[in-house]
Design a protein around this ligand. Structure first.
Ligand SMILES: NC(=O)c1ccc[n+]([C@@H]2O[C@H](COP(=O)([O-])OP(=O)(O)OC[C@H]3O[C@@H](n4cnc5c(N)ncnc54)[C@H](O)[C@@H]3O)[C@@H](O)[C@H]2O)c1
Length: 264
């Protein structure tokens, strides 16, 4: 049972059929929001929405399509009468491999999936929120946006672009009382990571157990950890917080712990 921190708010969450987005949709509904789950995977999206009851809807959306994203925002407003929260979260690793070999089309696809999608979400949600005089936009970046070593090349570049777009568009939207922030998860062992490694859910869980041993807090992050950060940024508790990036990674991306007995 939630505390009603999102009572009367209408939210869109992209990529909410799975992983982090799904965890956010669950917490937002628990906190009183009406949520539109947007995803390219209709089967999983319908299932997630059905599991959340009357306050959730599913809308099939390809976030790289301008027509789809515009249609998604229109759908939320028609269905629930307003739009308070837009979380641009959908994503995947995209192009992988050596920089000597990645082809231009794979680069374009990755930037469309991770950057153009976020821009389109901000554009169409921003239009409604400006008119309304309020709103909170949240973009999912990653610790790989600022520290190399946590994802493929193009993914890292795309996530860095998400950080900067968040800040510049936050400055434009600030006078409309529309806040724009970013959340940067560390490793969360969702299908995104399993898929990239080519392993199933059980094997992903095993890998997560191994990772936990070398992480600062001796555990990996969960969708709920990220959802709690997203809840704060999207709620009125964060009314004067905009253009910020909240890292939720248990210090995974902070650096190496110094051996206090050692010399280096
Ligand atoms: N899992 C991690 O360790 C991690 C770390 C940092 C950042 N992130 C970011 O978090 C976000 C969510 O990742 P996740 O780990 O939950 O992955 P996930 O694979 O569990 O979920 C991603 C969802 O996005 C959807 N999607 C993919 N392409 C789409 C498209 N074109 N249109 C609409 N939906 C689409 C997928 O169908 C899926 O449901 C991504 O932006 C990812 O880059 C994840």
């Amino acid at each position: 049972m939630g505390l009603g921190r999102l009572n009367d708010k209408v939210a869109i969450i992209t990529g909410a059929a799975s992983g982090i987005g799904k965890g956010i949709a669950e917490l937002f509904v628990e906190e009183g929001a009406k949520v539109v789950i947007a995803d390219i995977n209709a089967e999983a999206g319908e299932q997630t929405a059905a599991g959340l009851g009357d306050n959730a809807r599913f809308r099939k959306t390809d976030v790289t399509s301008e027509e789809d994203v515009k249609g998604l925002v229109d759908y939320a407003v028609t269905e629930f009468g307003r739009l308070d929260i837009m979380h641009n979260n959908a994503g995947a690793f995209g192009a992988r491999g050596s920089a000597l070999e990645i082809d231009g089309d794979a680069f374009d696809f990755t930037f469309q999936l991770l950057v153009k999608s976020v821009f389109l979400g901000m554009k169409y949600a921003g239009q409604v929120m400006k008119e309304q005089g309020s709103g909170a936009i949240l973009n999912t970046a990653s610790i790989s946006a600022s520290t190399p070593g946590y994802g493929p090349h193009i993914y890292q570049g795309a996530k860095a672009a998400v950080l900067q777009l968040t800040k510049t568009i936050a400055l434009e939207f600030a006078e409309y009382n529309v806040r724009v922030n970013c959340i940067s998860p560390g490793g969360v062992y969702t299908p995104l990571i399993g898929g990239a490694l080519g392993v199933d859910e059980d094997a992903t869980a095993e890998i997560a157990k191994g990772m936990a041993k070398i992480l600062p807090m001796n555990r990996v992050g969960t969708p709920l950890d990220i959802a709690r950060g997203a809840l704060f940024l999207c709620s009125d508790d964060a009314a004067y917080i905009t253009a910020q990036n909240l890292t939720v990674d248990g210090a995974e991306g902070t650096g190496k712990k110094y051996d206090q007995q050692g010399v280096h």
